[in-house]
Design a protein. Sequence first.
Length: 168
Amino acid sequence: MSFKDRLSDPRLRRAAKWTAIGSATAVVCGAAIVGIAAALMSRQLPDVSTLQNYQPKLPLRVFTADGDLVGEFGEERRQLVPIDRIPKVLKDAVLATEDARFYQHGGLDARGLTRAVVTNVLKGRMHQGASTITQQVARNMFLSSERTLSRKLKEAVLAWRLEAHLTK
C-alpha cells in the first residue's frame, strides 16, 4: 500500500486527526497549568530591582604604610573590573559558551529549551540543561541550586523580570 493510498484510508485520517487534537489539547492544558503555577509563585518571589545597586562582596585588603599588600581577608577573592576594560574576545567567548543567543531572547531561550526537553525525553534522563545567562543570574542571586521543576519555574519568572528591569 503506497503512502497516497494510506492517506485516503478514512480510519488512518481519523486517527491522525484525533492524535493531533489530543496533542494540541495537551500542549494548551500544559501551558495553562504552567502559566497558573507561575502566576501563583510570582507573588512569593523577591524583587529583582535590588540588582540595580548590586555591590559584590570584596575582600578586605590590608596594606602597609608603604602601600604594600599585607593580606586579603574574606570569603571571596575578587577584583572588580569595569565592563569596558574586559576584552571583547572574552565577552564573546563567555556568550558563545554559556548563551549564544543572549541578545536574541527575553530571558528564556525557547529554542534551547525545546532542544533540551527533546534530548532529555529521548535519553530518558536529565542530560542537558537550557539555562540562559539571565536564568543563571536569577538562580545564583535569588534561589537555591535544587533540581526541581518548581525552582526552574521560579527561575524562569525571575529571568523574565530581570530582562524587563535591567539592560543587557
